[in-house]
Ligand binder design. Structure first.
Ligand code: PLP
Length: 404
């Protein structure tokens, strides 16, 4: 059941000194890189023009906007006119699903969307709404135990009625990297559009849209040291979408509204840095991640890794602990100075395991005790050692407190 933030009884940390807390939640968001701040600065102040204006203020803003678009296009190895700036990863997912579904139905009457229960809610809830309120049908793909859709269920889902397939590049909750290239081959063979939510992938994985073979791809700036509130949807040339937001002709008519020039400049700079520094960032994260995974499974009894052990994001470790209340464990960790996540939304009352953990077939006594630990470029070996020392007694404490 979906609840609003107001009803949520998640622990609110007191205003303690944030500096004493070790941040291990980089999959939720990242701090803005100072080089990104520097790049954005002028566009909040002296270079404040509207890119649609004719005068030189407008021209200055427009050239910053188009330069940012070129930068993003170079990373994705596409052309600049295939880049649409949106307000966030969620909006990109919404535009992709709604835009492609409505356009496909207008074109050919196709009204089936294939996606998975392991998707981010920005995709799965959008698919549910298209089914409940707009007459589309959703084919829910089967997941294997890593949370990837099975190739069989993808091929079974492709037919003359298919409007769109949407499969995420990397899973935010359990870290699994999906074989997008293989899925794309199947979709292409049947002439069906493929969207991928690459919001988690943006920080670490190759974003070449041609080797991935996708038609639509979502990105969000704040997952790779860019600002919040800015996203991109890659739209392959020749792919028609119904615009979700109508008005002016910005973003090739697909996303009306004056562009957020400073955030767009920040997005491009952050993506460029992610690309340039990818090898170092991956190597740094991978060493920490593998140490965390090895030690947690060793030191904590009744613990399991979730997601793929091999095909996973380099900064992402995720676990379930049997007979543990995951939210309670997060509170205990926060009180001890560690900011982690359960990887799923906070629930009240009678909690249920997340859609993702249910889809991978975990029993309830395991699925309720999830923990996601995600590292970033600021994370040190010392941070990880402190976390690994603190975790086992806190898991035992959470087990002891269960049911009281
Ligand atoms: C964070 C995230 C989103 C949402 O992106 P926002 O920019 O926060 O709206 C969507 N999909 C995945 C996989 C994510 O990790």
């Amino acid at each position: 059941m979906h609840r609003t933030a107001r009803e949520c009884t998640c622990y609110n940390p007191p205003n303690q000194a944030m500096s004493s807390t070790i941040y291990l939640d980089y999959a939720a968001t990242t701090p803005v890189d100072s080089r990104v701040m520097d790049a954005m600065g002028p566009y909040f102040s002296r270079a404040f023009g509207n890119p649609s204006s004719v005068h030189r203020y407008g021209q200055q803003a427009e050239s910053a906007l188009e330069e940012a678009r070129e930068t993003v296009a170079r990373v994705l190895r596409c052309s600049a006119n295939e880049i649409v700036f949106t307000s966030c990863g969620t909006e990109s997912d919404n535009l992709a699903l709604r835009g492609a579904a409505f356009a496909a139905r207008m074109r050919s009457g196709a009204n089936q969307i294939a996606t998975s229960r392991t998707e981010h809610h920005a995709v799965s809830k959008t698919a549910e709404q298209l089914e409940a309120e707009h007459g589309f049908t959703v084919r829910w793909l089967d997941s294997d135990e890593d949370g990837s859709p099975t190739m069989q269920s993808v091929s079974d889902a492709l037919n003359a009625n298919s409007a769109l397939v949407s499969v995420m590049y990397a899973n935010n909750e359990i870290g699994t990297i999906n074989p997008i290239g293989n899925i794309a081959v199947q979709c292409r063979a049947r002439g069906v559009m493929l969207h991928t939510d690459a919001v988690q992938a943006g920080a670490y994985l190759d974003l070449d849209v041609n080797s991935l073979g996708v038609d639509l791809m979502s990105l969000g700036g704040h997952k790779f040291y860019g600002p919040k509130g800015i996203g991109v949807l890659y739209v392959r040339e020749g792919t028609t979408l119904q615009p979700a937001q109508t008005g002016g002709s910005q973003e090739a008519g697909l996303r009306a509204g004056t562009q957020n020039v400073p955030l767009i400049v920040g997005f491009a700079r952050a993506l460029q840095l992610a690309q340039e520094e990818r090898a170092e960032r991956v190597a740094h994260a991978l060493a920490l991640r593998d140490h965390i995974i090895g030690e947690v499974l060793e030191r904590v009894p009744d613990s399991r890794l979730t997601g793929s052990p091999t095909s996973r994001l380099p900064n992402h470790a995720s676990f379930v602990f049997k007979d543990v209340d995951g939210n309670l464990l997060l509170m205990l960790l926060d009180a001890a100075g560690f900011a982690c996540s359960s990887g799923s939304a906070c629930k009240t009352g009678n909690p249920e395991p997340s859609d993702v953990l249910t889809a991978v077939g975990l029993p309830r006594e395991w699925g309720l005790g999830s923990l996601r630990v995600t590292v970033g470029k600021e994370t040190t070996a010392g941070d990880v050692e402190a976390f690994l020392a603190a975790l086992p007694p806190l898991v035992e404490k959470a087990r002891g407190l269960k049911g009281e």
